[in-house]
Design a protein around this ligand. Structure first.
Ligand code: SDX
Length: 421
């Protein structure tokens, strides 16, 4: 049996054998046989848009690996900055590379002071932090015009350092603006996660970082760091393929993440648990989902047709946080919801399992993050993933993304004068 497919055009009887390589068949081949005929796949559910060496997902078996390393091992043994280095460079750093990398990130956390003052003051106090993040990431491009030189790999890495380093500062500034608190400047003596927590929560007294919170933050950022061609990463690659600068490409990725079907789901899960309100309402809610009146937010996934491995790790991390904060009262509803869904034919037949967003919000809320910050936390974690794919796409000298369409509109017709309409 040869690793290939044969396509036959029944209109002409012509056929073409196309090899199967790396799990795919090359569209350039069938264009020879079928000029002007497009494979129609609007949700891109069965289409590969890239060759990538960064992250591997096995949806049937619930497997996630960054550059070959299982997510379970990285969550247990690594740090977010080490994982960021791994995603961008392809290998774990040695001690010297790690020290240089951490030093670089640590010393690029500040925002230009004019940016900090002018950009945030122009927003309403109750602006959603994701709205601020999307526009402020794009706004950074105006302070770094050198970022347009996307052909220089060293320059691309310099911008990647700036973006990874500044995300916590952008995020916490958005939060502090929304609650009318003064901004907290980065403290270069702290590690990345501790610095982020301090910039979020310090108010009046020195903020003591609880080790359980610091480790939970590291794990949550690692788990969100990349996920192959998800909606926002595909956006980063598509927008980046026009050769715009990385800040505007990453702001587009932030915008894609904002949606409740994607990164906005963690905020939607907590709102859903609130609306269910009690143990007794779980069954009626499940019936509403099966009737198509609701979506079970935090459930389902385009790739995972098994338990999302990240959801399992987050569920374990939750216990460490709850040991400090006390259990989130919504946890019982979430556990009952999961139990009811996993034993119901509607969800089993559709292979709907908890995804990364189902439990993450419970931890964030228990740590003191407001719900409108949950997707911002997701964006901080995903930034190295977006940058790695953007960098890989440019390294591959990819063509500009420009798909075709199936036209279903009106045939040619003549203009109608106003009096005749
Ligand atoms: C993330 O892609 C990634 O990798 C994303 C992500 C990442 O790390 O980047 O993993 C992060 O975005 C996780 C997903 C977070 N979103 C949610 O939790 C929102 C709720 N989930 C869904 O909206 C949905 O499951 C999606 C968007 C995640 C996936 O949608 P698909 O693959 O397009 O699946 P579908 O909508 O075609 O659903 C297939 C069937 C449908 O039923 P039928 O029409 O066949 O009867 O399953 C049903 C859907 O109605 N279904 C759900 C459901 N998700 C799918 N029914 C109830 N509740 C749900 N959550």
């Amino acid at each position: 049996m040869t690793e290939s497919i044969t396509i036959i055009d029944n209109r002409t009887g012509e056929s073409l054998e196309i090899p199967i390589a790396n799990g795919g068949v090359d569209a350039a081949d069938w264009r020879k046989l079928l000029p002007g005929i497009w494979f129609h796949d609007p949700g891109l559910a069965t289409t590969s848009g890239a060759e990538s060496a960064i992250t591997e997902l096995d949806g049937e078996n619930g497997i996630l690996r960054y550059r070959g390393y299982p997510i379970e091992q990285l969550a247990e043994k690594s740090t977010f900055l080490e994982v960021s280095y791994l995603l961008l460079n392809g290998e774990l750093p040695n001690q010297q590379q790690s020290d240089e990398w951490v030093n670089e990130i640590t010393h690029h956390t500040y925002l230009h002071d004019k940016f900090r003052r002018k950009m945030y003051d122009s927003y309403h106090y109750d602006a959603h932090p994701m709205g601020l993040l999307c526009s402020n990431v794009a706004g950074l491009s105006t302070f770094y015009p050198d970022s347009k030189d996307i052909d220089d790999p060293a320059n691309r890495m310099k911008q990647a350092v700036r973006l990874i380093a500044k995300m916590p500062t952008l995020a916490t500034s958005a939060y502090r603006h929304s609650v009318g608190q003064p901004f907290v400047f980065p403290d270069n003596t702290l590690d990345y996660a501790s610095n982020f927590l301090r910039m979020m929560f310090e108010l009046g007294n020195p903020y003591e970082v609880d080790p359980a919170f610091q480790r939970a933050m590291e794990v949550l950022l690692i788990l969100h760091a990349d996920h192959e061609q998800n909606c926002s990463t595909t956006t980063a690659r598509v927008v980046g393929s026009s050769h715009t600068d990385p800040y505007t490409a990453m702001s587009a990725a932030c915008a894609a993440l904002y949606g409740p079907r994607h990164g906005g789901a963690n905020e939607a899960v907590l709102n859903m648990l609130d609306s269910i309100g009690s143990y007794e309402n779980v069954e009626p809610f499940i019936e509403g989902v099966k009737a198509g009146n609701e979506r079970l937010m935090g459930f389902g996934h385009r790739v995972y047709k098994n338990y999302d491995p990240r959801a399992r790790i987050i569920k374990e991390a939750a216990h460490d946080v709850f040991a400090v904060t006390g259990t989130n009262p919504l946890l019982d509803i979430a556990l009952k919801l999961e139990e009811a869904a996993l034993s119901d034919e509607y969800f089993i037949s559709r292979k709907l399992y908890p995804n990364v967003d189902f439990y993450s919000g419970l931890i964030y809320e228990s740590m003191g993050f407001p719900r409108n910050m949950f997707t911002v936390l997701f964006a901080i974690g995903r930034m190295p993933g977006w940058l790695s794919h953007w960098n890989e796409m440019l390294d591959q000298d990819s063509r500009i993304a420009r798909p075709r369409q199936l036209y279903i509109g009106e045939p040619e017709r003549d203009y109608i004068a106003m009096g005749d309409r």
